[in-house]
Ligand binder design. Sequence first.
Ligand code: ZN
Length: 314
Amino acid sequence: MNWITNYVRPRLNSLFSRREVPENLWTKCPECGTMLFHRELSENLQVCTNCDHHLPITPRERFAALFDGGIFREVAVPEPIADPLQFRDQKKYPERMKAAQKSTGEKEAMLVAEGEMGRTPIVAAAQDFSFMAGSMGMYVGNAIVAAAERAVKTKRPLVLFSAAGGARMQEGILSLMQMPRTTVAVEMLKEAGLPYIVVLTHPTTGGVTASYAMLGDVQIAEPNALICFAGPRVIEQTIREKLPEGFQRAEYLLEHGMLDRVTRRGDLREELIVILRMMTGQPPAVMGELPAPAQPAGAAPTPAIPAPPADAKP
Ligand SMILES: [Zn+2]
């Protein structure tokens, strides 16, 4: 039966292992249509190398790029009650949850972590748009409360990255209750005198825009992010008027005083470090190892520690 082990099994194995190779090695930029190689794209923080379009990035990938050496510790979030309304549309709510968990590999739509950024200790929370459109349910509420409590307890600033389609309809009024709840959590930070910085990413809409995403001491947005309560399509259909170019996009909102900064993803880390250290009264961070100053030609090198005189007695 050698042919089974020598011929059939390798053939079968190669058939199955071939499927494990990721099929989507290339991503097409939705803005300019350039085919982007996945490794190059992830090295560039999911930003198109051709047109600078910012594609979605997962919280985990973002934290890996944000924290020093990519090291961070997750902050535990208390579990809420699952499916309190026994909600069902075309699918049952628990089924939708399971599908989202499987496709993202995450438990819920928000990840909370603590670590250091440019040797500045922070707590960070990031919303995951790929998880049921980053919708704000009880878990996200719990996550923000946990992040704020952790920040107050450890006296660290909180940096929050928002991305959401709004409240989670499957949790009905309970999801809307997260708006006042998260507002109180942000208030806790302000009472403790700790900075709260919001980075709005594409898209941040609905109840999230109407609560914690707009309460930052500094409001930063990624380029061309859609930030709104009701989306442009809804407004256009309601008022039956053509909206101006770039309406509700980051640059438009910056121009109209809704934001403090629009910052490219690649520059965010350094900018956050500067802002956080300024707000907490710390000296500027050392951004990298500087080379030793060059010695002028012919000059004797200055010794670091002056040598003791030869006749010195102990
Ligand atoms: Zn592009």
